[in-house]
Design a protein around this ligand. Sequence first.
Ligand SMILES: [Zn+2]
Length: 267
Amino acid sequence: MTVVNGGVKRAVKAALGQGLLSLRVHRMIEADRGLIVVFHRVNRFPTTDGLTATPEKFEEFCRFFSRYFNVVPLTTFVQALEQGRSVGGMLAITFDDGYLDNYEIAAPILTRLNLPATFFVTTRFIDSEIVPWWDQEIGMVFPWMNWDQVRALHAQGFEIGAHTRTHQDLGVVAGAAALDEIQGSRLDLEDQLGAQVQLFAYPYGREHQIMESNRDLVAQAGFRCCCSSYGGSNTKTTSPLFVRRQPISTWFSSPYELGYEFAALQI
Ligand SMILES: [Zn+2]
């Protein structure tokens, strides 16, 4: 879940407007920019919150990314930032929260298209029947992956990242509680995967939803990045602890609207 509160639609639409601009600008004058996109659900139960893409729409986006960007694993993107190298034209695909449809629907599409992706999971949602407040708000219940499925994604070569234990707002929660959410989610994942986990995306993702003291905890916990999700793109001078991600919502009527922009620019 990316955006909280009653102003959800307005906030997300504003972010998307900014995103459209970023995408256009990317090719026009800022070829040094790299984009990280974030999805939530991919299924056939459309919702009013803009967080569910149909499988067809998701595949359209993926084909679009494939056509216009160099789609790389997020770790590759972060490594370039760590080394101060250009991320121009790079794009990383990410998912937040850990919905079951990520495993059942999105991953097979990504595999078929040979595209890498990172799944940020809220570790205490995995294998649970928790219905988060934002799904309660729209009267929907979407299941979570179980640990076997998260491990299967990892075994298939997808990256697994941490998204806290219980999806707390790190702009509000501090100290020991924040440490438990941040470091704890890494411990949960490493315990379940038997592998190192180095990528972190903070819940809700807006600018004010992580305190600087909590960003420090993310670094101290050994994560190599701290991803937001309020839109925008990244350059080689972007700190890995301030990575910008662009939410891709169903309010984009078609990625090919963007594609035509890109195509026109390339002529
Ligand atoms: Zn989330």
